[in-house]
Write a protein that binds this ligand. Structure first.
Ligand code: SAM
Length: 275
């Protein structure tokens, strides 16, 4: 019989946040697959658990997946953990879960701490609907493109960011998303936990040398993507507006109808300009 693959969430700071089920799973697993074995060893020592460890990190994900699947097929129960929080969320693990499912191996989640949820529930932002972006791309152009892509999102946005990139990311957010309300959730569940809630520009003024771990929760756009696009079109001259739709392949009649709708004027008014 195949073993089970347990996806075990671990604390994001406060070790007391480990769940009873996580402890039991780690105690009973045959093998623990860890992102950084030295890091996980500290947690296991704290819990007085001694188990064989296999390292499983982003760069070795494909090769290590094959090894773990082989062990699972031999009947070994494996607990997968990351350095902190919920594995797979901006952490390795997706590959082994995918291949386990393909091989009819049971995947059992052991839920627990996760920085994005911990930040969101303390931010006061709309938590009914949200969009988790995680880390933005390192490449400046790709990073800006990603921010452009989500700028019209009306749901709350959640980002992870490293402290040394926080200032530049907030500056880019201010330029692309606008000076919105955000929550900087810092050092969650740790001694220096804090929530700074204000506009991006005010927080940029207050934050000189960011230290520790951060989640950035951003209020969703008050304008939908469509409204933003319409505003952009209305800033154009009427000729540019016409050319824009012409390039998209619309005929004259359709273009006039569309411009009139965008600008909230009668079709006749636009028609007169183009005859
Ligand atoms: N898998 C983790 C989870 O469940 O949240 C996330 C891992 S990701 C590699 C690490 C990032 O998560 C950090 O750079 C930071 O943005 C965020 N993070 C993790 N722990 C945090 C904490 N205690 N306080 C604030 N942010 C944290």
């Amino acid at each position: 019989m195949y073993g089970n693959l347990y996806i075990v969430a671990t604390p994001i700071g406060n070790l007391d946040d480990i769940t009873l089920r996580a402890i039991k799973t780690l105690q009973e697993a045959d093998i623990i697959a860890a992102e950084d074995t030295r890091h996980t060893l500290k947690l296991l020592n704290h819990l007085q658990i001694s188990k064989p460890l296999i390292s499983y990190y982003k760069q070795t994900e494909k090769i290590k997946t094959d090894i773990l699947i082989e062990k699972l097929k031999e009947g070994k129960n494996i607990a997968l953990v990351s350095d902190a929080g919920t594995p797979i969320i901006s952490d390795p693990g997706e590959e082994v879960v995918k291949v386990a499912i393909q091989n009819d191996i049971k995947v059992i989640p052991i839920p627990g701490p996760c920085a994005l949820i911990t930040a969101l529930i303390s931010s006061g932002m709309n938590a009914k609907e949200f969009s988790f972006i995680g880390f933005l791309p390192v490449n400046k152009k790709e990073k800006e493109e990603k921010l452009e892509e989500v700028s019209g999102e009306t749901r709350t946005l959640i980002f992870y960011e490293a402290p040394h990139k926080l200032i530049s990311t907030l500056t880019e957010m201010k330029n692309i998303l606008g000076d919105r309300k955000i929550c900087l959730a810092r050092e969650l569940t740790k001694i220096h936990e804090e929530f700074l809630i204000d506009t991006i520009s005010n927080l940029l003024e207050k934050t000189q040398e960011p230290k520790g771990e951060y989640v950035i929760v951003v209020e969703g756009s008050s304008l939908s993507k469509k409204e933003k696009e319409t505003n952009k079109l209305n800033e154009m001259s009427i000729e540019q507006h016409y050319k824009y739709y012409e390039k998209l392949g619309y005929d004259k009649k359709e273009i006039i109808k569309k411009i009139a709708k965008d600008r909230n004027v009668s079709k006749n008014e636009i028609y007169k300009l183009f005859v």
